[in-house]
Design a protein around this ligand. Structure first.
Ligand code: DOR
Ligand code: ZN
Length: 412
């Protein structure tokens, strides 16, 4: 397969073509003219923080529906989180989930292993066993505070694990002692200081990846350290003021004031990763206050719309959504339009602007915190050289990319 047009290569847009063979980019050259496409040819995104639920929470989302939603949003690889029901905290549940993904996922699928109080002593052995077969991106969903006390990890468990293992650890940094309760809306009881304090306590103890940083202060502290961090579109673009006290505003960490979101967006150049933290709950559950926002389908389209408006730069978005997560989570065959990398491509026509409407999205959540926001969705998505989506039409079956290719351990 060959496609050509305006493509993002080595930090800038050039007019050239891509030659693809066996799912891999063979050559990028100005002399390749095959199948000229309109729009910007970009690497497809890696969303390194999603909750695809499934198991006993199929009413919220499944790997099939979550990955379909991701495909429509130009995402080629997700890193799913282990706070499922039951949790992914041992070899058996990890393998079971990967088996499901192989059958049901439209896109590349990777999974973090959960650290809990129960498995903390054995986590090294668990990782070793799984990694004979699959690549584990990180130890995930490490909550310093959680309603479920089995999921909550004490600082000393976290620090001991850090000193014993070399595996990347992703931390949800909110200091338990500073959280004042479980009331809704949760921003009234989970202050910004809880995040800043937790980041300060953790940061000197080794390298971590901080999930969904919501305050400019925590972003600045993390940005000046050897650790990495992600921000979400909702902490960049939404604030308490958007919601007027309804339970739909609930997300952990909470939305902050408008000036906080503005500071984060203004400093996007210093952010390592943008991730959706796609955390679907049904409308009924949201009315009762469940924390979390769907977002895997809208993360790239929202950011490309900000590029079109010249609010952020294209290279910033591509770095944050492709190159950096590939590097941080160890997926070196992903993350850029370069010879030798997988041909995972999303084509965006900047003249086709849409308003986000939940009814047009593919997650089971059935609502979006970004309703009516401007977005530019991909016109075309190519996964490992296979045309997977074209103008809204899905051209592959679930599990198809796994059957057609066997590239990389995580896709076994
Ligand atoms: O809002 C959130 N929802 N934050 C989290 O950290 C977990 C997530 C979920 O799983 O629903
Ligand atoms: Zn999460």
């Amino acid at each position: 397969m060959e496609i050509s047009g305006n493509l993002f290569h080595n930090g800038r847009v050039i007019e050239a073509g891509i030659k693809i063979e066996d799912g891999v980019i063979k050559e990028i050259s100005k002399n390749i003219n095959g199948n000229r496409v309109k729009g910007l040819i970009l690497p497809a995104a890696i969303d390194c923080h999603v909750h695809f639920r499934d198991f006993e929470e199929k009413h919220k989302e499944t790997i099939k529906t979550g990955s379909l939603s991701a495909l429509h949003g130009g995402v080629c690889l997700v890193i799913d989180q282990p706070n499922t029901l039951p949790r992914v905290e041992n070899v058996e549940s990890y393998l079971e989930r990967m088996k499901r993904a192989k059958k049901n996922s439209y896109i590349g699928y990777a999974l973090n292993i959960g650290l809990t109080r129960k498995n903390a002593e054995k986590i090294g052995d668990i990782i070793e066993k799984i990694e004979t077969e699959y690549r584990i991106p990180a130890i995930g969903e490490v909550f310093l505070e959680n309603n479920d006390k089995n999921l909550q990890i004490d600082y000393d468990v976290l620090f001991k694990t850090r000193s014993r293992l070399s595996k990347l650890i992703t931390v949800h940094a909110e200091d338990p002692a500073m959280i004042k309760g479980k009331e809704s809306p949760n921003y009234s009881v989970r202050p910004p200081e809880a995040e800043i304090t937790a980041v300060k306590k953790v940061i000197g103890k080794g390298n971590f990846h901080f999930c969904h940083v919501s305050t400019y202060t925590a972003a600045r502290i993390t940005g000046n350290s050897a650790s990495t961090f992600e921000v979400t579109p909702h902490h960049l673009l939404l604030s308490i003021e958007n919601f007027e006290n309804t339970s739909f505003a609930n997300v952990n960490p909470p939305l902050r004031r408008e000036n906080e979101a503005e500071s984060l967006l203004r400093n996007l150049e210093s952010v390592d990763v943008i991730a959706s933290d796609h955390a679907p709950h049904t409308v009924e559950e949201k009315m009762k206050g469940s924390p979390g926002f769907p977002g895997v389908e809208t993360v790239y389209p929202l950011m490309i719309s900000l590029v079109e408006k010249r609010i952020i730069s294209l290279s910033n978005v591509v770095n944050n959504l492709t190159t950096n997560p590939a590097r941080i989570f160890g997926f070196e065959e992903y993350g850029g339009l370069e010879t030798g990398k997988l041909a995972n491509i999303a084509v965006f026509d900047l003249s086709v602007k849409k308003k986000i409407k939940a009814e047009n999205l593919h997650s089971m959540a059935g609502w979006s915190p970004f309703e009516n926001f401007d977005a530019i969705f991909p016109q075309k998505v190519i996964l490992m050289g296979i045309e997977a989506m074209d103008d809204g039409d899905v051209l592959i079956e679930p599990g198809e990319i796994y059957k057609r290719h066997n590239i990389g351990k995580h896709l076994k």
